[in-house]
Design a protein around this ligand. Structure first.
Ligand SMILES: [Zn+2]
Length: 470
C-alpha cells in the first residue's frame, strides 16, 4: 500500500530532488530504496524465488499443465471482475488452443479502454500506477500491486541465480530514472541507494568529456553487477575501448531494448562478464530470459505466449510472427491475448543444454535506432529520449530527427484526426522537455506529420541521426 502512495508522489518529488545538493539526493534515493527493499527482499519474495527455482526441473507436460491451469484462473478472474471482459464467453478452457476463440487485443484497443481494463476487485489504494511508451509515441497507463512487484522481482533474482549471483549483490544501474539534474555539468553523475547496495548512474550525462569520470567510477566499483539498457552499456563500452580499458564486473544484465550481437560482444569484452539479456515489458504480461547457455527461455509461470502470423494463425517452425501475450501475474490489469507489437519465433534448434524444458523463443530485433549527439559531446541513447514521451497520450509515433549538428526536430504523428489538437500541445511539451535536457547548444523544433519516417525493412527508429556519424 505504501508503494502506491510513494509512486503517485514521485513526479512531484522530482522537482525537489533536482534542486537539493548531491548528498541530499543520496539520502532521498536511499529512502526510496528502503521502501522498495521491503518489497523486493521480503520473505514472500524469497519464497516465490524458491518455488521458481524448483519449477526449473519441470518437464514439458508439467509446464503445459501449469499454463493451462493459470490460463483458466486468469480468464475466470478477468471475466468476473474486469468490465472490459464482462461479455467474454464463460467457456471452459480444455486446451490452450481454446484461447483462440477469444479476440486479440491490439495496443490501440488497450489504449482506448485503459480504465475498463482494471479489475474492480482490487481497491484503488492497492493499485500502483506506471506508464509505458513501448515502441510508439503514446504512453499507456498500467497498474499493478505490491504483491505483483514481489513476484516480478523474484523472476529477476532467478536470472541472477542462473548467473551464479546471490540476491542483494551490490549493483550499478543505468536505466530510466533521472538521478541527477539534466543541467549538471560536473560529477557526481550518480546517486547511492544504500539499503539496496545499488548505485544509480545517470544515462543523461554521457559524453566524451564525462567518459573518464564514468569509467574511473566504474573501475573503482568493479566486481559489482552491471545492469542497464543495451545502448547505454554499449556507449560506455565504446568509451572504454577507445582508452583500451577493461573493467571486470560480476555479471551484466541488459533489458529494455534490443541487444545487437556486436554490442553484446563489445560489452562482454570490456566488462569481462557474460551478458544475460531479458525481453520484458511494462505491461507485465510476459517474460523471456536468457540462461547461462545463451538461449532465451519463456518464463511459463509469468504468461502464455502465442506467436501468430498476420492472419492470426500460429506460425510454423522457424517462422517469424507477432507476439500475443496472456499475462498470469498482474491481477489489477489482466491482459488477455495482447498483441504488443513485438515479433519473434519459436527456437526449434533442440533442447537447451542448461536442461530447463521451458520453451525457447527468439525475439526479433526490430527497433533500430541511432544515438543523438550534442555539439558539447553528450550522447543520448534511444531509451534516454524515450523517457520524455511518458506523458504523451495522443501521439501514434514520435521521432527525433537530428538533421544538423546543432538541431533536432521532434516529429510526431497524431493517433487520430480528432486528437491532433491535443497532439499539437503534447508535442510542444516534449519539445520543451527535450530542450531542457539538451541545453542551449541545441536548437529543438517540433512539428506534426502524417506518417513516420521508416527505414529499409519498415523499421521506425526513435532517433534519426543524419548529422553526426560516429
Ligand atoms: Zn537454457
Amino acid at each position: 500500500m505504501l508503494e502506491s502512495l510513494v509512486r503517485s508522489a514521485l513526479p512531484r518529488v522530482q522537482g525537489i530532488y533536482d534542486r537539493v545538493p548531491s548528498p541530499a539526493r543520496h539520502v532521498l534515493t536511499s529512502v526510496r530504496g528502503w521502501f522498495l527493499t521491503q518489497i523486493r527482499y521480503s520473505p514472500e519474495t524469497i519464497e516465490i524465488l524458491r518455488q521458481l527455482r524448483a519449477g526449473e526441473s519441470w518437464r514439458p507436460a508439467r509446464i503445459s499443465a501449469y499454463q493451462l491451469d493459470a490460463l483458466r484462473r486468469t480468464l475466470d478472474h478477468a471475466i468476473r471482475t474486469v468490465p472490459f471482459y464482462s461479455n467474454y464467453p464463460r467457456r471452459e478452457i480444455d486446451a490452450p488452443e481454446d484461447l483462440r476463440k477469444l479476440p486479440v487485443l491490439d495496443r490501440e484497443t488497450v489504449l482506448n479502454n485503459q480504465d475498463r481494463l482494471l479489475s474492480q476487485e482490487i481497491p484503488l489504494h492497492r493499485r500502483i500506477g506506471a506508464t509505458t511508451t513501448g515502441t510508439t509515441g503514446t504512453a499507456l497507463r498500467v497498474a499493478y500491486t505490491e504483491t505483483f512487484l514481489r513476484k516480478n522481482w523474484a523472476f529477476l533474482l532467478r536470472q541472477w541465480a542462473w548467473a551464479g549471483i546471490p540476491p542483494r549483490h551490490p549493483r550499478i544501474t543505468l536505466q530510466g530514472p533521472r538521478v541527477v539534474p539534466a543541467d549538471r555539468r560536473e560529477p557526481p553523475y550518480w546517486a547511492f541507494n544504500v539499503p539496496e547496495r545499488q548505485i544509480l548512474l545517470s544515462i543523461f550525462h554521457l559524453s566524451e568529456k564525462t567518459a573518464s569520470v564514468y569509467l574511473d567510477f566504474l573501475q573503482k566499483h568493479s566486481g559489482r553487477v552491471l545492469e542497464g539498457f543495451p545502448s547505454v552499456l554499449s556507449i560506455l563500452a565504446d568509451f572504454a575501448l577507445e582508452r583500451d580499458m577493461r573493467i571486470p564486473m560480476r555479471g551484466v544484465f541488459t533489458s529494455g531494448e534490443p541487444l545487437y550481437p556486436s554490442s553484446r560482444a563489445k560489452i562482454e569484452e570490456i566488462f569481462q562478464a557474460q551478458v544475460f539479456d531479458t525481453y520484458g515489458m511494462t505491461e507485465y504480461c510476459g517474460l523471456i530470459q536468457e540462461c547461462e547457455r545463451g538461449r532465451m527461455h519463456l518464463a511459463p509461470e509469468y504468461g502464455f505466449l502465442e506467436i501468430l502470423d498476420d492472419g492470426g494463425e500460429p506460425v510454423g517452425p522457424g517462422e517469424d510472427g507477432n507476439f500475443v501475450w496472456t499475462g498470469f501475474l498482474n491481477d489489477v490489469m489482466p491482459l488477455i491475448r495482447y498483441r504488443i507489437g513485438d515479433r519473434g519465433r519459436w527456437d526449434d534448434s533442440g533442447e537447451c543444454p542448461c536442461g530447463r524444458a521451458s520453451p525457447l523463443v527468439v525475439p526479433t530485433i526490430t527497433r533500430e535506432s541511432d544515438i543523438l549527439q550534442c555539439p558539447d559531446g553528450r550522447l543520448f541513447s534511444p531509451r534516454a529520449l524515450n523517457q520524455l514521451l511518458k506523458q504523451s497520450h495522443s501521439l501514434r509515433f514520435c521521432q527525433f530527427e537530428h538533421d544538423r549538428p546543432d538541431r533536432v526536430a521532434v516529429r510526431a504523428v497524431p493517433r487520430s484526426e480528432q486528437m491532433s489538437r491535443q497532439a499539437a500541445e503534447e508535442i510542444m511539451d516534449v519539445r520543451a522537455a527535450l530542450q531542457a535536457l539538451l541545453g542551449k547548444s541545441m536548437q529543438v523544433t517540433a512539428h506534426l506529420a502524417r506518417a513516420p519516417i521508416a527505414r529499409s525493412g519498415g523499421k521506425i527508429p526513435l532517433i534519426l541521426n543524419e548529422a553526426v556519424q560516429r
